[in-house]
Design a protein around this ligand. Structure first.
Ligand SMILES: [Fe+2]
Ligand SMILES: [Fe+2]
Length: 437
């Protein structure tokens, strides 16, 4: 990035003049010359502490990767990506935005595009502080770069390996045991399966704390992309529908116009495993007074049923040896008479509306497994005569229970699911699945 200088400007004027674009080839007015002198004289000092925390990789896809990080002053953000750890010949991306880059005083969002599927990349994130020495004329500092990190893109040739955590509820110290565990296991991607906050999210800064600078979890997603799947708590508070200002939605090119509102549903391959993300929404019906008459979760679930059917028309999903669907609220009744989410009393223990809409589609397509959360306790529900899929519910914060990292990996021709008790450092359960036939 070169600073604008008078000589360059004058040369530009001369070029334009030669092309007949300007009628007058005269020099600048004295006031404009003074502005240039002031602009050029100002050297923006290298900012200290501009990067707040480590970058957070997100919305992984076969050909793109999202990145968010926090800054402490008005900045433009950058990411450099290379196919080698020495960062030779990197490609540089700037904070998202057209025509203006997404400059911001707190959150930088960058989408790295044009990547190859199932490929390891190295990257670094940086920011340049912006000042306005003359009116609106903007001048950046040098770029302050963070350290080099790595990720692998999704795709049929990616590792057949993933993790799932859920119901962390802003208990950051407890959560750190999960994030340390998946890094120790070199899990290439983690689905964060809902209920990230514990109370209301009323400001963007609440999201910054939950996702970009969670205490005790420094660098939790710098080398492990996060796939966010919302839970009921993620819809609460006056900032709930501004989540995209901190955690990016999926690219519009990943869905059809009909499904344009479904900007967080996902269906992509990690090696032999197809991962499908479905959003169960709130744990109370739309007509519950808690929702104030402005929620449309039933409509949302119906829209996702049409989207889900179409995913199995895509060859890479239809032909996947293993298909795992993610939901926050379970699709299987966990105990007789459990609240199905349609009552005004109490709250859903399972989501019957979603089970009725999506369950048959999953069975028709011989899906082996649904991964859920919400109950804060590890449970396993075997397939039965009515459905092809088992359901594993992950553990979460609470009394008489433990937090889990649910790990899926293809080993010896089977999908092996290990439920790690991250509080005790033990394996609470293991479940194996044969390829689809
Ligand atoms: Fe929860
Ligand atoms: Fe929940």
């Amino acid at each position: 990035m070169k600073n604008t200088n008078r000589r360059g400007f004058l040369k530009g004027v001369a070029t334009l003049s030669a092309l007949g674009a300007v009628k007058c080839g005269s020099a600048m007015m004295p006031s404009e010359q003074a502005a240039y002198d002031k602009y050029n004289a100002r050297v923006v000092p290298r900012p200290e502490g501009l990067l707040d925390g480590e970058p957070v990789l997100q919305v992984p896809a076969p050909d793109s990767m999202g990145l968010a990080f926090a800054v402490t002053a008005l900045s433009n953000g950058f990411a450099e990506v290379a196919d080698n750890p020495e960062m030779k010949n990197p490609i540089r991306f700037m904070a998202d935005g057209l025509p203006l880059a997404g400059i911001d005083d707190r959150v930088i969002l960058i989408r790295m595009t044009g990547l190859k599927p199932g490929t390891q990349y190295w990257y670094r994130a940086g920011a340049a502080k912006l000042e306005h020495p003359v009116g609106y004329w903007t001048k950046p500092s040098e770029i302050v770069w963070g350290g080099v990190h790595s990720f692998t893109t999704a795709g049929v040739n990616a590792p057949s390996h993933f993790g799932m955590m859920c119901d962390t509820h802003a208990q950051f110290e407890q959560m750190s045991r999960i994030t340390k565990k998946y890094r120790a296991l070199s899990v290439p991607l983690v689905v964060w399966n809902g209920d990230i906050p514990n109370s209301l999210t009323n400001t963007r800064e609440d999201f910054v704390k939950h996702y970009l600078v969670p205490p005790h979890n420094e660098g939790y997603a710098a080398d492990t992309p996060i796939v966010l799947n919302r839970g009921n708590h993620d819809f609460r508070g006056t900032a709930a529908n501004r989540l995209g200002e901190v955690m990016m939605p999926r690219l519009p090119s990943e869905r059809s116009m009909r499904d344009f509102a479904l900007d967080r549903n996902f269906a992509f391959r990690m090696g032999e495993i197809a991962l499908i993300g479905l959003d169960t929404g709130e744990d109370k019906p739309d007509h519950h007074p808690a929702n104030g008459g402005f929620s449309h979760f039933t409509k949302f679930r119906i829209a996702q049923a049409a989207w889900l059917k179409d995913q199995f028309k895509r060859p890479e999903i239809a032909n996947a040896p293993y298909v795992v669907a993610f939901v926050h609220i379970p699709l299987v009744e966990p105990w007789p008479g459990a609240n199905p989410g349609t009552l005004l009393e109490d709250y859903a223990a399972w989501q019957k509306e979603c089970a009725d809409l999506w369950g048959p589609v999953l069975t028709e397509n011989r899906v082996q497994l649904v991964l859920a959360g919400h109950l804060h306790r590890y449970m396993y529900q075997a397939p039965d005569a009515t459905r092809s899929w088992a359901e594993i519910v992950g553990g979460g914060r609470g009394r008489n229970t433990f937090q889990t990292l649910v790990e899926g990996k293809v080993e010896g021709g089977e999908l092996v699911m290990r439920v790690h008790n991250t509080d005790a450092g033990t394996i609470a359960g293991e479940h194996r699945f044969k390829p689809r036939t």
